[in-house]
Design a protein around this ligand. Structure first.
Ligand SMILES: Cc1ncc(COP(=O)(O)O)c(C=O)c1O
Length: 516
């Protein structure tokens, strides 16, 4: 192995210079003094201090016992929730207190911190809203985790589709009228589930969606995985709970400075006049969460919440300014289109999405150059590139990124082409069976072309964005197969398929397809 080129003396987490006058010189491990308002963070800092000082010899899991002597730094900082940031019996109540504070910040009466990402949050909520066989109105551009939540819960999706913006080909929100029509056609539906904002930052009319759901007496659940920052600055959209949603799932790790996998699930329940049962939410949450959550992820969620509470407005204000500046610089590059709110599509002001078709540059080539220059991005396909700018960025990081992006585009410039909307946004499935029936059905593997007309047993999507082009129970159409093959031929990753080459597909066996 080559030697680690990082000088161990280099501080990797200096405090944010813009918040300099508020840095706590007494504790470099908590430069903003967030622990005063963050019980889990406080417990994590105390535990790790004791461990580093050699005052702890735990006879509990994890088996590395706070020692890095065997596998090295990779286990440093790993502290369990049980017998770590709290006692095995949870007698400190620090998690419950941290969740209570988060609920208060977002205006929810029920809040849980997950170490399983929004993936787990979506599945937990799916288990809480209905019972097997009940219809649920769901946006078809959902993330795969929602679809698998429906499989777990046995809910039958009634698909609604977000409107595609004619200017950019990107999805906006689902129209409240479409949801109202679906609810009218399915009066036994138990909930409405949408993703908002979309992966590309398109924001819908959540107030209208909540009104449509509530008029039918059902809760609105919003997968807001990309919107943990919403509501913390007047230039950002309000968060979904403030718009009337009943439950919100958000990935703290996507837009806030929290550990990977950190997610928050928030709800307004029957305890405060809402529609969701808090006990069912708890049961759904526990059924699908690990029994050994790491306190490190939970403490970082608590820290991110305390950061938003104390400095959210100024940090979100800086974020919006940085993105606005980057957008206007990039928009000046000939042929480069930058996603901005315009009539018909509201866009998260913190999202940096560029469309490359007018430059002729291929997104994968631009991405490869960016990676080589040390700037990996969230997503790139032929025509679209999404870069995550977050509260952790500053003017220097964004300026350096914009320079690198402009240089990469110039290097790969070519004849302008027409942008093709991603198959993830345009898919219009033919449903033959419920996702759950197809998931558990006997299946067979057939040649890709022979699969056309059969019922898919598997979920297949280009990743990112992780929106299924084929879901279990849907008829494999020639269009869906061609779209997946085109995404692969263009260098995209085809995720979750048993055979990612798509030479073969798994379809429901004829006997089981006939049975449903
Ligand atoms: C819309 C949406 N929902 C849910 C998820 C899952 O989030 P996580 O990675 O936190 O499990 C993602 C992941 O990208 C997503 O894009």
């Amino acid at each position: 192995m080559p030697a680690d080129p990082i000088d161990p003396a280099t501080p990797i987490n200096p405090g944010d210079p813009e918040l300099g006058d508020r840095l706590d010189p007494g504790d470099p491990r908590d430069p903003l003094g967030l622990r005063r308002d963050a019980p889990l963070l406080d417990a994590w800092l105390s535990f790790t201090s004791a461990a580093r000082a050699g005052r702890l010899t735990p006879f509990t899991i994890p088996g590395h016992k706070q020692r890095t002597g065997l596998v090295g730094e990779v286990v440093s900082g790993d502290v369990p929730l049980y017998a770590g940031v709290d006692t095995m019996k949870q007698s400190g109540g620090v998690l419950a207190e941290a969740e209570r504070r988060a609920g208060q910040l977002w205006g929810a009466d029920w809040c849980r911190f997950s170490v399983g990402g929004s993936t787990h949050g979506n599945q937990a909520v799916a288990l809480a809203v209905g019972s097997p066989g009940r219809p649920v109105v769901v946006s078809r551009t959902l993330h795969r985790s929602v679809l698998l939540g429906l499989v777990l819960a046995g809910l039958d999706p009634v698909w609604v589709r977000p409107e595609l913006d004619p200017v950019t080909g990107l999805p906006g929100g689902v129209a409240p009228a479409a949801v109202a029509a679906a609810l009218a056609a399915h009066p036994d539906a138990c909930a409405v589930m949408v993703g908002d904002p979309s992966y590309a930052g398109g924001c819908g009319d959540v107030v209208g969606l909540a009104a449509a759901a509530h008029a039918a007496g059902v809760p609105l659940v919003v997968d807001a995985a990309w919107a943990a920052h919403f509501g913390f600055h007047p230039d950002l959209p309000p968060h979904a709970l403030a718009c009337g949603a009943d439950a919100v799932v958000t990935s703290a790790h996507k837009t806030l400075p929290a550990w990977s996998q950190a997610a928050i699930v928030l709800a307004r329940t029957t305890r405060s006049g809402g529609l969701l049962d808090p006990d069912r939410l708890d049961r759904g949450f526990e059924a699908t969460h690990t029994t050994s959550p790491t306190g490190t992820i939970l403490a970082s969620t608590d820290a991110a919440r305390a950061l938003l509470a104390a400095h959210g407005k100024e940090l979100c204000g800086r974020l919006v300014r940085l993105v606005a500046g980057a957008r206007s610089q990039l928009a000046a590059v000939p042929g480069l289109a930058v996603l901005e709110s315009h009539p018909g599509l509201a866009v998260d002001p913190a999202k940096l999405v560029v469309q490359l078709a007018g430059t002729g540059a291929h997104g994968h080539a631009v991405e490869a150059d960016l990676i080589a220059a040390g700037f990996p991005v969230e997503m790139a396909d032929r025509d679209t590139l999404i870069a995550m700018v977050t509260l952790a960025d500053d003017a220097d990081t964004v300026a350096a990124f914009v320079d690198a992006l402009v240089s990469a585009v110039e290097r790969h410039r070519g004849p302008a082409r027409t942008a093709a909307p991603s198959s993830a946004w345009t898919v219009d499935p033919i449903v033959a069976m419920s996702p759950r029936a197809a998931f558990f059905a006997a299946h067979e593997q057939v040649a890709g072309d022979a699969a056309v007309g059969r019922v898919s047993a598997e979920l297949i999507c280009p990743y990112p964005p992780g929106v299924p082009v084929l879901a279990p129970g849907e008829v494999v159409t020639a269009e869906a197969l061609a779209a997946l093959r085109a995404a692969r031929a263009d260098g995209g990753r085809i995720a979750y398929a048993a055979d990612p080459t798509l030479a073969t597909l798994q379809v429901v066996a004829v006997t089981d397809a006939a049975r449903d």
